[in-house]
Ligand binder design. Structure first.
Ligand SMILES: [Zn+2]
Ligand SMILES: [Zn+2]
Length: 443
């Protein structure tokens, strides 16, 4: 190594060191973050109903010195801290919880029930870890507000509603997120999970996750007495055949090696054993990486559903509706590589890994599609000891959305705050021009 290269690396390392929060900074903000975590975990709210959650987050950010606007795109929160000239960097957390009954047995487990949009009483749990994301953003917000000499520019924190129904990001954008407020030069978010032990982070340059489409199929038959099937056209039998045929799309129609998932997640038909109902409904999720594969699968689903109904002599064509969808999250490759060094310095050597794209989807893609380069990374949530045991046994810990999902809060929340502060200080120590150039550089 030449001297000049050595000096350059040493200088970069020194800058990166300065970007990680000190233990004193962490100690001073952690109690607030942890208290918010416990509160939110015990008081989860369903997608688009996060009123108390949003109010709590907004109140804490306001106390930390941020200029806070509430009710952006429903329950969304936008908190801005201006600190001189420089780039505008957005950091996002989700606000919503899931209709899942918590079975972790933790002393602070959720016991909350609420009415869902269909009017059903459902249990509610922060089974995706969004409570940890909110707690981390609060800790980060406090540190950034108390250390304005370590960065310059505009920090824009957002609390996004309804991520789980893939509607909150779009709602905030439609309500003027990038017109009423400054449009960021870069958008950042993280997600906690049990795929990594707490204290670690994973980076995925390029494609991070999948295109996701939700499809509902309503099959029409002819109802009647269960003892007189000859007078009916049984939609349950049509549904059963349709499900099996749908499973041949990936196995028989898609080129081997392409990422493609077709899952039928629910089937609903009938009320009583001796009545043949007049319709059946099923809900599917479709996951892909490529647009052409996505189109091919959606067309095949409609074709198969119609053909199976026709084969059974159904009185009407089935209704096939794509009722939700989101594009994959694309991580700006140059940005991901740029942020690897400060994350490694902040979390420790060997604590930052490169991960393969994952299947679960995310509406963070809506922000990226508005022309904002994005950096979305994974944060370890697993108890390191349990993670090692599971790995040795060849099993895995409960995934996000499981009733048993329970991140190892202390190390995961500490690492979340450390990682966010390191990333923000790195981005907020440049000029908008330099940042733009670095996201455009070929990789
Ligand atoms: Zn989720
Ligand atoms: Zn989530």
């Amino acid at each position: 190594m030449t001297w000049s290269k050595f000096l350059l690396l040493a200088a970069l390392a020194a800058v990166a060191c300065a970007q990680a929060p000190s233990s004193k900074e962490l100690e001073s903000s952690y109690p607030d973050a942890h208290a918010l975590y416990l509160d939110l975990h015990q008081n989860p709210e369903l997608s688009a109903h996060e009123t108390q959650t949003a109010a709590k987050l907004a109140g804490r950010l306001r106390s930390a010195g941020y200029d806070v606007t509430e009710h952006v795109g429903g329950t969304g929160v936008v908190a801005i801290l201006k600190n001189g000239p420089g780039p505008i960097v957005m950091l996002r957390t989700e606000l919503d919880a899931l209709p899942v009954e918590e079975k972790t047995g933790l002393s602070y487990a959720s016991k909350v029930h609420a009415k869902d949009d269909a009017g059903h009483d459902v249990p509610v749990m922060h089974a995706c870890g969004h409570d940890l994301h909110m707690a981390a953003i609060l800790g980060t917000a406090e540190i950034m507000a108390h250390s304005k000499d370590t960065w310059h520019g505009t920090l824009m924190l957002i609390g996004q509603p309804a991520e789980e129904t893939i509607s909150g990001a779009e709602g905030m954008i439609r309500d003027g997120l990038f017109t009423r407020f400054p449009k960021p030069d870069v958008a950042v978010a993280l997600h906690v999970g049990n795929e990594l032990p707490a204290g670690m982070a994973a980076i995925t340059p390029g494609i991070y996750n999948t295109n996701a489409d939700s499809v509902r199929i309503t099959i029409y038959g002819k109802g009647g007495h269960g003892a007189s099937p000859q007078t009916t056209i049984d939609p349950i039998v049509i549904a059963a055949r349709t499900i099996l045929s749908l499973q041949t799309i990936v196995s028989r129609e898609i080129r081997p090696g392409e990422m493609a998932v077709v899952t039928v997640g629910y089937v609903q038909a009938g009320m009583k054993n001796n009545i043949i109902p007049d319709h059946a409904e099923m809900g599917l999720t479709v996951r892909t990486f490529k647009q052409d594969v996505r189109k091919q699968i959606l067309a095949a689903i409609a074709r198969i559903a119609k053909a199976e109904a026709a084969a059974a002599g159904a009185p009407r064509e089935p209704l096939v509706e794509r009722y939700e969808g989101t594009d994959l999250v694309y991580n700006n490759p140059a940005l991901a590589e740029r942020l690897r060094a400060p994350l490694e310095v902040a979390l420790g050597k060997g604590k930052v890994v490169t991960a393969e794209p994952i299947a679960p989807s995310e509406d963070f893609s809506y922000f990226v599609e508005q022309g904002v380069p994005g950096f979305y990374f994974s944060l370890g949530g697993a108890d390191p000891e349990k993670f090692a045991q599971a790995k040795a046994a060849g099993t895995s810990l409960p995934s996000n959305h499981s009733p048993l999902f329970a991140p190892d809060v202390d190390p995961a929340l500490h690492a979340g705050i450390v990682a966010e502060v390191a990333v923000l200080r790195n981005l907020l120590n440049t000029s908008p021009e330099e940042l733009r150039k670095s996201t455009e550089s070929p990789h």
